[in-house]
Design a protein around this ligand. Structure first.
Ligand code: GAL
Length: 658
């Protein structure tokens, strides 16, 4: 980050975890606003994000501006002590704009132009869209520059949620410029893209297109560059809006809400984080409890362990999954506090009041359709009370762990390209398995973006590190030579940043460090497993591993079929460090079995009976103990004073101990 700058707060305000929501007063008649503010105060809300989808209301026609309603709600919120995270209102262009300028609409890889009527239907590279959007930002920044209610700027909304990949002619033009800057000459691009293959050689940058739907697999380096370019195009938009805000309201910090959750991976957030004053994230529960804490830890990694802002999550059900179930009792508070445990200093929801109309009317909110007399609103009030009592936590960094999971967006996107040994490989799934196994062992871990320093970590786990440029190889070699313990897995070290295979055998760039050599990948069929000598079994993938360095210890072998007797899991001691290789997918349970041999002496900080049942996260000197089970747990052996909760941890409960 350029430097961490948190919400602007009036002098003398006691530190607190901010609490609130996206608030859409423009969906409601004026009289509802008074009730909103009354209930916000009851719940202890001190910040709301407004105007996220208000473009059509603020600018109902070209050259026509209506700020009266916005002035009024901002003043009302301010008069009631509620800060405003003011959106730049550019997330979704109004119909008059797309009717007048259909050339701002995004185009899919198949050449279909997306239409208005949903949201976020704009091309990140459209100069026309950019000009209209920046006019809006300028108007808002000028009007509210001095308003004391504004605690932060919220650029756009979830950049790239629906429009990350646009294959339009605008995108083609911008892609060519991006490539010319990256490669300098067309010869360099031809080399990087390996265009000697399939007669793909380009004579000039003008001949290049985005990877639109082709007769068969598009060039993989073209695909990887297009993904990188698309992230940069959105980042350019972020920067363009931010520059106006910085110029007109230099005292107000700027953020934009990331989407670190599940499989979302279009944006290079490790890089984007450098463009904003504090990291914000939106998270919705998609794959169960461990994915939530994993995503929170990933977000903390982007925030470089500084506090971050949970911009959106849900009080209960969402509306966009095939089946949308409400949260169970206890989950609203536990989920929020889990984010706090991993560094959130603001806890906000989508949204304040459940919409009566529109596509999100069945999405939960802080004030449900049922009103204030509901379980959800009572929990919301209770959570507000808890957050207000956690002043001691505010501003503290997430404490560094001994173990890091190296998370590499580039490997994620690269490993899952088409025309690979298996299309079933899921990068994030593998990383999540390691996270779960660590939680099961009661071992705390950080998630570190690839490229960041690894100082202080005794163990670095780099699952499926597919893409290893020379600099990353050198960093990992240096880490191990300095006494660090690296663990990596199948399909790692395979290619460089241009998607060219490292030659000489797999795991390519990491082969010497690991002391093993693999001639061929051997992915497994659906449902096929390979039993291992330690009683576990591998799925998805297997490799005939030749041990090259005699110092390598074999921790487990394959026990049947073609691979019988061959090494499956290895560890090469290097001075006081080591480099370990896991050549198959073990799943969380299989990882648990081998973890003690890979953790280089790192042990759980939890008393034995709590390991696996309780998740531990630490901020400053404060420990968060999160019940991972549906049973009550006695927190025997936990010393300290309870800031929240007590020694008897309820099902799905959290205790906070200083
Ligand atoms: C987010 C979005 C919100 C709302 C929410 C529903 O993607 O930013 O506006 O749509 O999802 O879960």
């Amino acid at each position: 980050m350029t430097g961490h700058r948190w919400l602007r707060t009036p002098d003398g305000t006691a530190p607190r975890i901010s609490y609130g929501a996206d608030y859409n007063p423009d969906q409601w008649p004026r009289e509802v606003w008074d009730e909103d503010v009354r209930l916000m105060k009851e719940a202890g809300v001190d910040v709301v994000s407004i105007a996220i989808f208000s473009w059509a209301r603020i600018q109902p026609a070209e050259g026509v501006w209506d700020f009266a309603w916005l002035d009024e709600i901002i003043d009302l919120l301010h008069a009631n002590g509620i800060g405003v995270d003011l959106a730049t209102a550019t997330a979704s262009p109004p119909p008059w704009l797309t009717m007048k300028h259909p050339e701002i609409l995004p185009v899919t890889a198949d050449g279909v132009t997306l239409t208005q009527g949903g949201r976020q239907h704009w091309r990140p590279t459209s100069p026309v869209f950019r000009a209209y959007a920046l006019e809006m930002v300028e108007k808002l920044a000028e009007r509210y520059a001095e308003h004391p209610a504004i605690v932060a700027w919220h650029v756009s909304n979830e950049l790239g949620c629906h429009n990350a990949y646009d294959y339009s002619d605008d995108a083609a033009r911008a892609f060519r410029l991006w490539l010319a800057e990256r490669y300098g000459t067309i010869e360099a691009l031809n080399h990087a893209w390996g265009t000697a293959f399939w007669s793909q050689r380009y004579g000039s940058f003008e001949e290049i297109l985005p990877p639109r739907t082709a007769a068969t697999f598009p060039n993989p380096t073209q695909q990887r560059d297009f993904i990188r370019f698309s992230s940069d195009a959105l980042k350019d938009h972020l920067i363009a809006e931010r520059e106006i805000l910085n110029r007109l309201t230099p005292g107000v910090p700027v953020t934009t809400n990331f989407m670190v959750m599940g499989e979302t991976r279009h944006a290079d957030y490790a890089d984007w984080a450098g463009e904003i004053d504090f990291v914000s994230n939106d998270h919705y529960v998609t794959e169960g409890r461990d994915e939530l804490s994993f995503s929170a830890a990933v977000t903390s990694g982007f925030a470089r362990r500084r506090p971050w802002y949970l911009m959106e999550h849900s009080t209960s059900a969402v509306n966009w999954q095939p089946i949308n179930r409400p949260k169970r009792p206890g989950e609203l508070i536990r989920d929020s506090l889990t984010h706090v445990a991993h560094g959130a200093d603001a806890v906000c929801y989508f949204q304040w009041r459940q919409s009566a109309a529109g596509a999100e009317k069945f999405h939960s909110s802080m004030v449900p359709h049922g009103g204030a007399d509901t379980r959800v609103f009572r929990d919301v009030v209770e959570l507000g009370r808890i957050l207000r009592s956690l002043g001691e936590v505010v501003g503290s960094d997430r404490a560094q762990s001994d173990v890091a999971i190296l998370f590499d967006w580039d490997s994620w996107r690269g490993a899952e390209l088409d025309s690979h040994p298996s299309e079933k490989l899921r990068y994030q799934r593998e990383a999540l398995d390691w996270w779960t196994a660590l939680l099961d062992a009661g071992v705390r871990a950080d998630v570190v973006p690839a490229g960041d320093a690894l100082d202080g970590y005794r163990v670095v786990i780099a699952p499926v590190l597919y893409s290893v440029p020379a600099a990353l190889r050198a960093q990992l070699e240096g880490y191990v030579a300095g006494g660090g313990n690296l663990v990596t897995t199948y399909f790692s070290g395979v290619v460089d940043e241009n998607d060219h295979a490292w030659l000489g055998g797999y795991p390519g760039a990491l082969r010497e460090l690991l002391g093993v050599r693999v001639e061929e990948y051997r992915p497994l069929w659906d449902g096929e497993t390979e039993p291992l000598s330690n009683g576990t079994s591998g799925s998805l993938w297997s490799e005939p591993v030749d041990v090259v360095d005699p110092a390598v210890e074999v921790l487990a072998t394959y026990t049947s079929g073609d691979l019988a007797g061959g090494a499956a899991i290895t560890r090469r001691p290097v001075g006081s460090g080591s480099a370990a290789y896991v050549s198959t997918r073990l799943g969380a349970e299989g990882i648990a079995a081998v973890l003690p041999a890979l953790l280089a002496g790192v042990e759980s900080e939890l008393p034995e009976p709590l390991r696996g049942r309780v998740e531990l996260a630490v901020r400053g000197d404060v420990r968060f103990l999160i019940n991972r089970t549906d049973d009550e747990i006695a927190l025997d052996g936990i010393e300290g004073s309870y800031l929240y909760g007590g020694a008897q941890l309820p099902a799905r409960g959290v205790a906070i101990v200083a």
